[in-house]
Structures are given as C-alpha cells and as structure tokens.
Design a protein around this ligand. Structure first.
Ligand SMILES: Nc1nc2c(ncn2[C@@H]2O[C@H](COP(=O)(O)OP(=O)(O)OP(=O)(O)O)[C@@H](O)[C@H]2O)c(=O)[nH]1
Ligand SMILES: [Mg+2]
Ligand SMILES: [Zn+2]
Length: 317
C-alpha cells in the first residue's frame, strides 16, 4: 500500500510495501545462507546472488565445475582461454554467457594476452573473484547444460585446506561441485619440483574428505587432471598419463586407487614465453598465443555429465 505523507510543501509517497520484500530471504545458491532480495553478493560467502536468481529461473540443476590448483598453476589463463574459445567457435560445443559478469574473466585474459602480458594473479578476497555462469549448447544434444565455474585463488584454496572454514565459499562450493579440473604446473614437475605433486595430493585428499560427507550418491564425480604450461615440456603432450606416472607419482597413485572417473590431460595456452625486465624484477611474458589441448578436458567432463544424465533418464523410464 502506498500511503502519502503530506508536509506543508510537498507530498512524499510512503512506499511501505517495499519493506515486505525484505521479509522473504533469498537463499544463496552456493552456501544456502538467506540474503535480502537486493543483495549483490552473499553476505556470508560472497558468491554473486545473481547465481541464485538465475538458477531459480532455470528448470535444470546447474553443473558446478571446480577449477582448482596451487597458486600460479595457470587457472585464470586456462579458464579465460577456454571460455573465449568456446564462446566464439560454433563447433561441437558453444558456451553462452548468462549475465554480463560471466564475461569479465574472458575479457581480462584476452586483453592481457593481446598486449603480450598475462592476467593479474587472482586476489584472495572472494568478493573479487570472477564467477561464470554459462549455458553449454552441444551440437549433438537437444538439452543444453547449465554450468557454473568460479575462478578461485590458489592461495585461498590452500589456506582453506590448511585451516578449514577460513573460506566458507570454497568449502561450500567444493561440497556441492559435480565435476573438477585439477590444474598442475607441468613445467615445474618436469624440473623436479615435487612440491606441486604434494599440493595436488593435498587437494585431492581434501576433495575426498568433502565427498565422504556428502549425502548424495554421486560422490565420485568426474575429475580431470590437467598438466598446464605443457608448452614448456618435452614429453607431456605425448602421453599425459605416462607423464603423471613419472613426474607426479603421488597424484597418479591417488587417482588410481581412489577416483573411478579420472583422466589425465596436457594443455598449453601460449606457444612460447620471454622475460621482460620491470625495474628490478623479471616478468614472464607470452610471445605468442597458441592454445593446445585446452578444450579437451572440459569436453570430456561435459560428456561425463551427459552420460550420467542419460543413465538417470534410463533408470526413470
Ligand atoms: N608457458 C606458459 N605459461 C603459462 C601458461 N598459463 C599461465 N602461465 C604462467 O603462469 C602464471 C600464472 O598463471 P595464472 O593463470 O595467473 O595462475 P593461477 O592458477 O590463476 O594463479 P592464482 O590466481 O594465484 O591462483 C602466468 O602469469 C604465466 O607466467 C601457459 O599456458 N604456458
Ligand atoms: Mg588466478
Ligand atoms: Zn553464500
């Protein structure tokens, strides 16, 4: 009801009906916390509330894909290139962004690569992360898939693993995700840096722990292990599983024993890198963009979702 307040000089409408909208909380899609209808970010986990509004409008449950890895593994560059390749080409799969915010990461990555630079490191604050919500249209399927992917900071992920509950959004997202891409720096592995294998194992153990707490039956969702920066390695593209067995024995063993649906991939976004001197520091810069193996892990993951959907449909009928 709009009841006007009259003053000596003017009439100001008192739109008290607007307050009623605040009575009904909107649940955050990621953590389930109640928020007011006009919140932009969830007050608890900082995920965009647009995800909840969009998901409420859709009939299909979105697939939540976790792209995880240590800081500097190449998540932002990989995701930016992947979404750019799949939104512009019109082949097997096309991604259509839901909401302008979904395009920010792609835009920042492509702009940086175009000026021979890499995008900035992802900040640790969740309210500054890019979230992507896409509709995936596959040429041989009638029903599109809804997909949500956040670009999380590697440092924040490890902080959450070392100190559980320090980043509620990471925990909430990984507890709900339906597929994951674990990115590991292949160049460092080949140079004998075992730290990346150990970090990979740590992340996988954390995922496993969260999976065991799930009530749903599909605890063992598909997992793609992607060796990034494979352009810097001699052997990675030849056989990613053989590379894993030789240079990432811990991750390899963990996947063999504990993950039913797991596959190894190699990817590289740039053809070669150079070094630029910025004052007293040396910064790596891409000399040319030459994506290789970028779409394969993602297409494999979507195929796993499709197969699961077909199995569920068959069971129902
Ligand atoms: N050679 C090569 N280097 C790459 C590639 N992708 C990323 N890099 C290098 O790796 C660095 C880190 O990449 P990011 O994508 O920012 O890494 P990230 O995993 O998002 O790191 P955080 O945001 O800290 O979690 C870049 O600045 C580049 O120097 C690639 O495909 N090839
Ligand atoms: Mg990043
Ligand atoms: Zn939330």
């Amino acid at each position: 009801m709009t009841s006007p307040i009259t003053s000596r000089h003017s009439i100001v409408p008192l739109e008290s009906y607007r307050l009623a909208q605040y009575m009904k909380p909107i649940a955050c899609f990621i953590c389930g916390e109640g928020n007011t209808f006009d919140s932009e970010l969830c007050h608890l986990c900082h995920a965009p509330m647009a995800l909840a509004h969009q998901a409420n409008d859709q009939q299909v449950e979105p697939q939540m894909i976790a792209v995880i890895g240590a800081a500097g593994a190449g998540k932002t560059v990989y995701l930016g290139m992947l979404t750019d390749m799949l939104s512009s080409c019109n082949s097997e799969l096309q991604l259509l962004a839901r909401g302008a915010f979904s395009i920010s990461l792609q835009q920042a990555t492509i702009a940086a690569l175009a000026r021979c630079d890499f995008p900035d490191k992802t900040p640790n604050e969740p309210d500054r992360w890019n979230w992507m919500h896409y509709q995936a249209m596959m040429s041989n399927r009638r029903h599109p898939l809804e997909i949500m992917i956040p670009d999380m900071a590697g440092e924040a992920l490890l902080e959450e693993i070392n100190h559980p509950h320090s980043y509620p959004v990471i925990r909430a997202f990984l507890s709900k995700c339906t597929g994951a891409l674990l990115l590991i720096d292949a160049g460092r592995l080949e140079n004998g840096d075992r730290g990346h294998d150990l970090t990979g194992m740590k992340i996988l153990s954390y995922l496993r722990e969260l999976n065991e707490q799930r009530q749903r039956k599909d605890q063992n969702y598909p997992l793609a292990i992607v060796f990034t920066k494979a352009d810097e390695c001699n052997t990675c593209f030849d056989s990613p599983p053989a590379f894993a067995e030789r240079y990432a024995a811990g991750v390899w063993g963990h996947c063999q024993q504990r993950w039913d649906r797991c596959r190894f991939f190699a990817a590289g976004v740039v053809g070669s890198c150079g070094v630029r001197r910025d004052w007293n520091t040396f910064v790596r810069v891409p000399l040319r963009v030459e994506p290789r193996g970028v779409t394969e892990p993602f297409l494999w993951l979507l195929k796993q979702f499709e197969d699961r959907r077909s199995r569920q449909r068959r069971k129902k009928s």
